[in-house]
Write a protein that binds this ligand. Structure first.
Ligand SMILES: *[C@@H]1O[C@H](CO)[C@@H](O)[C@H](O)[C@H]1NC(C)=O
Ligand SMILES: *[C@@H]1O[C@H](CO)[C@@H](O)[C@H](O)[C@H]1NC(C)=O
Ligand SMILES: *[C@@H]1O[C@H](CO)[C@@H](O)[C@H](O)[C@H]1NC(C)=O
Ligand SMILES: *[C@@H]1O[C@H](CO)[C@@H](O)[C@H](O)[C@H]1NC(C)=O
Ligand SMILES: *[C@@H]1O[C@H](CO)[C@@H](O)[C@H](O)[C@H]1NC(C)=O
Ligand SMILES: *[C@@H]1O[C@H](CO)[C@@H](O)[C@H](O)[C@H]1NC(C)=O
Ligand SMILES: *[C@@H]1O[C@H](CO)[C@@H](O)[C@H](O)[C@H]1NC(C)=O
Length: 345
């Protein structure tokens, strides 16, 4: 009866001061979270409000009906009237379930009249799920991130490995690889499950590590190890030696090249090529320089040998010279005898 009265009054003077206003008529909230319908109401009969109630639009037997939340068991512990009997009609619903999605209405009764809101709050309860298309790309390819929710025109924020990420569409670079999550702006606590992006690229930063025992001599066994940054990891290595005439000669395969002796390699120049299925990369050339101290050793040894020979020769010369002198002295003596003899004659 009251309703009928209100319908009659709707365009009349009484309805002018009567209203229910919803601050946000289309809230979108994450499953499990809480939502607050901020609401105010006005009436102009100067009377006091006796009763307020929130109800939900429910389809029953093909007809929409407003069912008071107090009559719905599943809302009993989860709905909380934050308003009062003056002008505030706010409502909170906690621990949101999927089936809380729907239309919500407010009504109040004064001593004389009842008033139901014509408009409603439409609540969307959503989950957030992240997608990445495609999830494995080559560096430079386009990638699209999509955050699925049931919200209308939601503001979405993306995070990559804990940091806010920029655009949902980009050309993937190596550093874009990682895990992405999305959230509805303002409800960042409710993150989607992470989705991974794999960015593949051919070997980069190919380098050679040289190892040998002690110092490098012409007879050292030298190991060259080829490493690179690649995704997927390089699985095919080729080793080249550069000849004196600048030819590149293939000298081995595998990540480690073991060189038994450098004698065959006058230039000592090597480089490696790393491959994965996306391409190849060459290292810069490494030069193996035989340790100079080795040559010095040789020179010193030779030096000592020469000195020994010179000393020996000197000794021989001295001995020879001494003998020569003795012999000539004897001759002189004999000659002097001759003179003596002659003089004695
Ligand atoms: C309620 O009524 C008062 C006085 O008539 C008015 O100033 C105010 O703006 C109204 N509020 C709403 C939400 O309609
Ligand atoms: C509401 O909470 C009370 C007390 O915690 C509990 O006994 C009751 O079963 C709950 N009702 C529903 C519908 O969850
Ligand atoms: C909503 O779903 C919950 C479980 O997901 C269930 O317990 C509850 O009865 C449902 N409420 C209605 C009104 O269908
Ligand atoms: C070189 O590699 C071989 C086998 O790969 C290993 O046995 C040897 O110890 C390595 N030598 C050095 C100096 O790293
Ligand atoms: C390759 O080297 C450059 C320069 O040193 C460096 O900035 C870059 O991070 C390296 N890339 C990888 C994948 O290691
Ligand atoms: C390595 O790459 C070369 C050149 O593409 C190819 O001929 C060879 O079969 C590859 N080796 C392996 C083990 O994949
Ligand atoms: C790497 O070296 C090989 C052998 O000389 C050559 O065929 C190839 O073009 C080089 N690749 C690059 C990227 O320089």
């Amino acid at each position: 009866m009251i309703m009928l009265l209100l319908l009659i009054l709707k365009s009349g003077a009484v309805s002018a001061g009567w209203s229910v206003t919803f601050e946000n008529p289309n809230p979108c909230a994450i499953k499990g979270s809480s939502v607050e319908f901020r609401c105010s109401y006005n009436y102009s009969d100067g009377g006091t409000v006796r009763k307020t109630a929130w109800s939900k639009g429910e389809l029953k037997d093909g007809r929409w009906k407003r069912v008071a939340l107090s009559d719905l068991l599943s809302y009993q512990n989860r709905s909380e009237y934050l308003g009062d009997l003056q002008h505030d009609c706010s409502l909170a619903i906690h621990d949101l379930q999927d089936n809380d999605t729907g239309y919500y209405y407010f009504r109040f009764d004064t001593d004389m009249y009842g008033w139901r809101s014509r408009s409603s709050v439409y609540l969307t309860v959503t989950e957030v799920s992240a997608m990445v298309y495609p999830d494995s790309v080559r560096a430079g390819d386009n990638v699209t991130l999509e955050c699925k929710t049931f919200c209308q025109n939601p503001s979405i924020v993306w995070f990559k490995d804990g940091h806010q990420a920029a655009k949902p569409e980009f050309q993937a670079q190596r550093e874009d690889a990682g895990n992405y999550v999305c959230a509805v702006e303002g409800q960042e606590w409710a993150l989607s499950e992470p989705v991974g992006l794999d960015v593949q690229y051919p070997p980069l930063n190919v380098s050679v590590e040289v190892s040998y025992p002690g110092h490098l001599t012409a007879n050292s066994r030298v190991n060259l190890t080829c490493s690179s940054a690649a995704n997927p990891a390089a699985d095919n290595y080729t080793w080249y030696r550069i000849t004196v005439s600048s030819f590149r000669v293939q000298v081995g395969s595998g990540q480690v090249l073991s060189i038994p002796s450098l004698e065959m390699s006058p230039t000592g120049l090597y480089f490696c090529q790393a491959r994965n299925r996306l391409g190849e990369g060459n290292s810069t050339e490494v030069q193996l320089i035989v340790d100079k101290t080795d040559i010095n050793h040789f020179i010193i040894c030779v030096g000592i040998g020469v000195k020994v020979v010179i000393v020996l020769l000197l000794i021989l010369v001295i001995i020879w010279a001494w003998r020569q002198r003795r012999r000539s002295a004897v001759d002189k003596e004999e000659k002097s005898h001759d003179y003596e003899n002659i003089s004695s004659i």
